[in-house]
Design a protein around this ligand. Structure first.
Ligand code: SAM
Ligand code: SF4
Length: 452
C-alpha cells in the first residue's frame, strides 16, 4: 500500500468499528439473559456433514501474576497459586456438564488454552486438565493442541509436559522489545528470554510457534517496531500475529490507564507502524493472512488461506477444524454455529454457577436465517477479501458501499464485492456496510476500538 496516497483515507475511515471475530458482534447480541436449555438447543447434528460432531474447545485460564497496562483480555491479577486447583476442577465439571447435555458424542478436534496466562498454572495442573477433557475420547482422534504462553513464566517443565501430552502449537506474547514501550505497558521481558523459550520449544518439536506483536502501543516509534521485527525475524516463528492496539479503556477500566492518551500513535502514524513491519516481514518471506496475521508458507494458516478453509472466530484467524467451538472458563465464548453464548465474566460468579451445577452462561445470541447469511459474507470478506452476494443483498449494501467504491477501497463486479489491493487496511469498514445492527444503531456510547 502506498501510504502517501492513503493518508486522507486513513483519517476518513479510522472510526470505531468491530473486529468481526463474530457476527452479530457481541454488543448486538439479543439474548441477554440466555437460558441454558435454549442455548443447548442450538447444537445440532447435520447428517450431511461427517464433521458435525467435531468440536473445538477453547479454555480460558484467566490468571496473571502482573498487570500489563495495555491489556484488553479478561484476566485476574493474583500471585496466589492456590486458585489453580479449584479452577481446574470447575473446568472439568463444566466439560462434563456439556457432555451430558450435547445431543451427540463430541469428537474433540482441537484444544486451545488461552488467557490470561495459561502458563500461570503449574504443568501438573495443565496435564490434569487435558487428561480430564480427553477422558473417553476415541483413541484415533488426536486433537491439535495449542497454548498461549508468557515467555517470563514458561518453564522447561511446561514445555516438556505439554509436548508429552500432545501440544505442538505455542504462541508467545511479545508485544514490543523497546524498553521504553515495555515500561509504558508495564511488561518487561528481554529478547534473550524469548529466544530461550522459542529455541527450546523448536528443538523439542513444536511445529507451529507464533509470536504476538502489537502496533500502536504507547510511545512506540518506527525505530521500535523495526527493531522488534528484526529481532522476531532472527527467530523466524512460523506465525506472527501483528495486532492493532485496541484502546478500549471504557470496558477494561484501570488496566489501560497506565499511560497518557497523548502517548498513543494515531491515524496515519499508527498505520505507518503496521506498514513498516509488513514490508520487512514480506522481505523475510512471510505471507499476510487476513488483516493482522502473517505466516510462513509451510504453516497450516497459510495453507488454510490457499485452500479457502481459513476461519475467523473469537481467537482471531484460525484453520477451521470444526463448526462448533465450546468455550470453557470465566468469560469464555462458545459458538455452536447457530448460536453464541458467553460465560460469566467474574471468576467468583463462574465458580459459583459451576458448583451449583448450572451452565455458567449469562448472555448469547440465537442466529436468525438472515444472521447466518450475513455471517458467511463477513467471514468471506475478513478471510478472503471478497464475497459473492445475492441480487437482493447487493441492492441493500450497494448504497452503503458507494463511498468505499469511490475511494477505490472496494469494487463490485457482477455480484462479487471485493477489497481493492490498497483497500486492505479498511476491510473492517467494508464489513460494516453489511452489518445492519451497526447501521441501524444511532447510539453514541463507544463500543469498539478504531478500525485502524
Ligand atoms: C492472553 S494474551 C497472551 C498470553 C500471555 N498472557 C502473555 O501476555 O504473554 C493474548 C494477546 O492478546 C494481545 N492483546 C492483549 N491486549 C491487547 C490490546 N488491547 N490490543 C491489541 N492486542 C492485545 C497481545 O498480543 C497478547 O499477547
Ligand atoms: S497481556 Fe497477558 S500477561 Fe499481560 S495482563 Fe494481559 S493476559 Fe495477563
Amino acid at each position: 500500500m502506498r501510504l502517501g496516497s492513503a493518508k486522507p483515507l486513513i483519517r476518513k475511515y479510522n472510526v470505531p468499528g468491530p473486529r468481526y471475530t463474530s457476527f452479530p458482534t457481541v454488543p448486538y447480541w439479543k439474548n441477554d439473559p440466555l437460558a441454558p436449555e435454549d442455548w443447548m438447543k442450538t447444537f445440532k447434528i447435520d447428517h450431511n456433514d461427517s464433521k458435525s460432531q467435531e468440536v473445538s474447545i477453547y479454555i480460558h485460564l484467566p490468571f496473571c501474576e502482573s498487570l500489563c497496562t495495555f491489556c484488553g483480555c479478561h484476566k485476574r491479577i493474583t500471585k496466589n497459586h492456590a486458585v489453580e486447583t479449584p479452577y481446574i476442577d470447575a473446568l472439568l465439571k463444566e466439560w462434563s456438564m456439556y457432555k451430558a447435555r450435547l445431543p451427540f458424542i463430541p469428537n474433540i478436534s482441537e484444544i486451545h488454552l488461552g488467557g490470561g496466562t495459561p502458563t500461570f498454572f503449574n504443568p501438573q495442573e495443565l496435564e490434569r486438565l487435558i487428561k480430564g477433557i480427553l477422558e473417553n475420547q476415541p483413541e484415533y482422534q488426536a486433537p491439535q493442541m495449542g497454548i498461549e504462553a508468557h515467555p517470563n513464566n514458561t518453564t522447561d517443565e511446561h514445555l516438556t509436559t505439554l509436548y508429552r501430552i500432545g501440544f505442538r502449537r505455542l504462541s508467545l506474547g511479545i508485544q514490543d522489545y523497546s524498553p521504553i514501550v515495555q515500561k509504558a505497558i508495564h511488561r518487561i521481558q528481554s529478547f534473550e528470554q524469548v529466544k530461550q523459550v522459542h529455541e527450546k520449544a523448536q528443538k523439542m518439536g513444536y511445529t507451529s510457534i507464533s509470536h504476538d506483536l502489537v502496533y500502536g502501543l504507547p510511545k512506540q516509534t518506527l525505530e521500535d517496531i523495526t527493531d522488534t521485527i528484526e529481532k522476531t525475524i532472527r527467530l523466524m516463528p512460523d506465525r506472527i500475529a501483528l495486532y492493532s492496539y485496541a484502546h478500549v479503556p471504557w470496558i477494561k477500566g484501570v488496566g489501560q490507564r497506565g499511560f497518557d492518551e497523548n502517548d498513543l500513535p494515531k491515524d496515519e502514524f499508527k498505520r505507518a507502524l503496521y506498514e513498516t513491519a509488513r514490508e520487512r516481514l514480506f522481505a523475510a518471506g512471510y505471507k499476510e493472512i487476513g488483516m493482522d496475521h502473517f505466516a510462513l508458507e509451510h504453516d497450516e494458516l497459510y495453507k488454510a488461506l490457499s485452500t479457502k478453509t481459513l476461519h475467523r472466530n473469537f481467537m482471531g484467524y484460525t484453520t477451521r477444524t470444526s463448526k462448533t467451538m465450546i468455550g470453557l472458563g470465566m468469560s469464555a465464548i462458545s459458538d455452536s454455529w447457530y448460536g453464541f453464548a458467553q460465560n460469566d465474566k467474574s471468576v467468583e460468579g463462574y465458580l459459583q454457577k459451576i458448583n451449583e451445577g448450572i451452565l455458567p452462561i449469562f448472555r448469547g445470541h440465537l442466529l436468525s436465517e438472515k444472521d447466518l447469511i450475513i455471517r458467511q459474507h463477513i467471514l468471506d470478506i475478513m478471510c478472503h477479501f471478497e464475497t459473492v452476494c445475492s441480487d437482493e443483498l447487493l441492492a441493500s449494501v450497494k448504497g452503503r458501499l458507494s463511498e468505499l467504491i469511490q475511494d477505490e477501497i472496494v469494487k463490485i463486479e457482477g455480484n462479487k464485492v471485493s477489497i481493492c489491493p490498497d483497500g486492505v487496511p479498511f476491510v473492517r469498514n467494508c464489513c460494516m456496510a453489511f452489518d445492519e445492527y451497526l447501521f441501524n444503531d444511532k447510539g453514541t456510547v463507544p463500543m469498539f476500538s478504531k478500525t485502524i
